[in-house]
Ligand binder design. Sequence first.
Ligand SMILES: NC(=O)c1ccc[n+]([C@@H]2O[C@H](COP(=O)([O-])OP(=O)(O)OC[C@H]3O[C@@H](n4cnc5c(N)ncnc54)[C@H](O)[C@@H]3O)[C@@H](O)[C@H]2O)c1
Ligand SMILES: O=C(O)C[C@H](O)C(=O)O
Length: 314
Amino acid sequence: MAIQRKKITVVGAGFTGATTALMLAQKELGDIVLVDIAPLENPTKGKALDMLEATPVIGVDANIIGTSNYEDTKDSDVVIITAGVARKPGMSRDDLVNTNAGIVKSVCESVKATSPNAYVIILSNPVDAMTYVAFQALGFPKNRVIGQSGVLDTARYCTFIAQELNVSVEDVRGFVLGGHGDDMVPLVRYSNVAGIPIEKLIPAERIDAIVKRARVGGGEIVNLLGNGSAYYAPAASLVQMTEAVLKDKKRIIPVIAYLEGEYGYDNLFMGVPAIIGGDGIEKVIELELTAEEKTALDQSAQSVRNVIQIVTGG
Ligand SMILES: NC(=O)c1ccc[n+]([C@@H]2O[C@H](COP(=O)([O-])OP(=O)(O)OC[C@H]3O[C@@H](n4cnc5c(N)ncnc54)[C@H](O)[C@@H]3O)[C@@H](O)[C@H]2O)c1
Ligand SMILES: O=C(O)C[C@H](O)C(=O)O
């Protein structure tokens, strides 16, 4: 009998896409189809074959192929979109909007035709607006269109808290809400280490410094790399979201979700905590916010709206 594994397509075989494919295989989450544009078909096949040849060493069973043909992606359970250009030092994510909107739209048209039942996770930047573009192009229900920002932003924030206290990252919990820009909103009040509020452990001025560093965490890596943006932590974030869907984990994680009244926003994709399980975004969780937190979130929402307006012409 043929083995029935889950099928995961990763569109864009660059830094984030290839790293994601390898991490998916390492966790044995399913068979993987890595897709890039036709002129890059051979390198894409080469990356996939190289990863496949690592599987006996790692000790996992997963088929991995590279292609530029969406027929090979047919009936994927999850599609991850990393296609597009990355920023360089001196650029903001929003500078990528016009180029990446065209790429994400055309990718989504192919995904819609070949994997109409897939859960789609978007990474391409500016990711809140690109998730909106994907939602429109796919025409899928809102629970099946999920953007990645909050897992990564929260991971950076938690890394810095763990470093500050010299404790295990495993014990640090936090949330970052809002758009994936420099005005994202790390929620200090809801952050703790082994249940102890961070405000009891870290002086206020050090918490401020951690929040500021988390907000510009993507730029910090861009400046260090010099020619591209982060990919290890983004790939790990995509894998966590994919695992939550494929294993119906019902994890509470921050994702970019379509908001219809939640937090007072309508017709907007933005980062909020949600239950992620076998049916994608199963529920957006609404936290009670202070006036100061809500003002910060409003500012972030307005930044996202400004970028969405560029792509919708609205
Ligand atoms: N949301 C986040 O947290 C987050 C994190 C990291 C990167 N990103 C974004 O993800 C995107 C990819 O980053 P990267 O570092 O992998 O870039 P990269 O340049 O290494 O890879 C992008 C790949 O997309 C491919 N591509 C372009 N058009 C395509 C199309 N129509 N179909 C299929 N593939 C296509 C390119 O050929 C390239 O291989 C960027 O927009 C980056 O800003 C977002
Ligand atoms: O910063 C970027 O441009 C890439 C990504 O959004 C990140 O936060 O690492």
